[in-house]
Design a protein around this ligand. Structure first.
Ligand code: C2E
Ligand code: CA
Ligand code: CA
Ligand code: CA
Length: 274
């Protein structure tokens, strides 16, 4: 029994070693990829639920890894956050999104900003400078932040949002309903819209329906009080689209309307032309 235990230990150590090597590898790859355009923005349409008119796109980060293929944020964002590299990757993505804005005419583009990044003292200045240099319209760029970014340092978050907004860059609150949802704070922040987390949209159909309906209803009531609109995330079916509309949600995003893709979907962009 003793030797079996030791064997198991050896196997375990080997697995740990491999995992550590894999992470080190990926971190080295991440550093390299920053220098060789390994990161690309994919765009997913955000539509008006009643007529599917596109109002904007969310830019989503993808890593075109030379050996591992196309990687999703979940595959590497934790790593980038630990090493601080993700902020540089984010700037690469913002640059692409802002250039895309300057080239096209189809609503806004929203970009994701991690809480720590949002609270960096030069974030707003750097973003506004980038927009200015690209000759893009700041009113067509939006940032997506989570509640964590607001509540960690309220005065700083307020300053940041006000600065951005005074130059035209609006903020939408991501994954809403999953965080602390400190509702009493929310009215203090200049937020343009709430993105209803996809777990509640998924829950609108099936066993968890009563709970999800209750949450979405509460979010809609809150948004109504604040005079802002909502975007349902992760809309995959007509049933979910209809349920959201019935609950008073105006906008949606999800595979039903379009997958994230490297270009604005041609057919969808065409639909914009009257
Ligand atoms: P998120 O901001 O909540 O983005 C929405 C996620 O839902 C995206 O995953 C998108 O591909 C996925 N999605 C869209 N429609 C559907 C649907 O109908 N069904 C399902 N099941 N999923 C759908 P993705 O692209 O893997 O991104 C995951 C997260 O990574 C994002 O969640 C965001 O928090 C983060 N992220 C993405 N891009 C960036 C970035 O450029 N910078 C930073 N800091 N974070 C990013
Ligand atoms: Ca987002
Ligand atoms: Ca989200
Ligand atoms: Ca999310």
């Amino acid at each position: 029994a003793k030797s079996t235990g030791r064997d198991r230990c050896a196997v375990f150590d080997e697995a740990m070693r491999e995992e550590a090597m894999r992470i080190l590898d990926l971190e080295a790859d991440l550093r390299r990829a920053i220098n060789v355009d390994g990161f690309v923005a994919f765009y997913q349409p955000i539509v008006r639920l009643d007529d599917r008119k596109i109002i904007g796109h969310e830019a989503l980060l993808r890593w075109r890894h030379e050996r591992r293929g196309l990687l999703l944020p979940a595959d590497f964002i934790g790593l980038g956050e630990d090493s601080g590299l993700i902020e540089e990757v984010d700037w690469l993505l913002y640059r692409q999104a802002i250039d895309q804005l300057a080239r096209t005419d189809s609503g806004y583009i929203s970009v994701n900003v991690s809480p720590r990044h949002f609270l960096a003292s030069d974030f707003a200045d750097r973003l506004l400078r980038m927009i200015d240099r690209a000759g893009a319209d700041p009113h067509r760029l939006r940032i997506e932040i989570t509640e964590v970014a607001l509540l960690d340092d309220v005065p700083r978050a307020l300053r940041m949002l006000r600065t951005l907004r005074s130059h035209g860059v609006l903020a939408q609150l991501d994954d809403f309903g999953t965080g602390f949802s400190a509702l009493s704070y929310l009215h203090r922040f200049p937020i343009e819209c709430l993105k209803i987390d996809q777990s509640f949209v998924a829950g609108l159909i099936g066993e968890t329906q009563p709970e999800s309906v209750a949450v979405v209803r509460a979010i809609q009531a809150l948004a109504g009080t604040l005079g802002i609109h909502t975007i349902g995330e992760g809309v995959e079916s007509e049933a979910q689209r209809n349920a959201l509309r019935e609950l008073g949600c105006t906008y949606g995003q999800g595979f039903l309307f379009g997958q994230p893709s490297e270009d604005f979907h041609p057919a969808l962009v065409r639909a914009l032309v009257p």
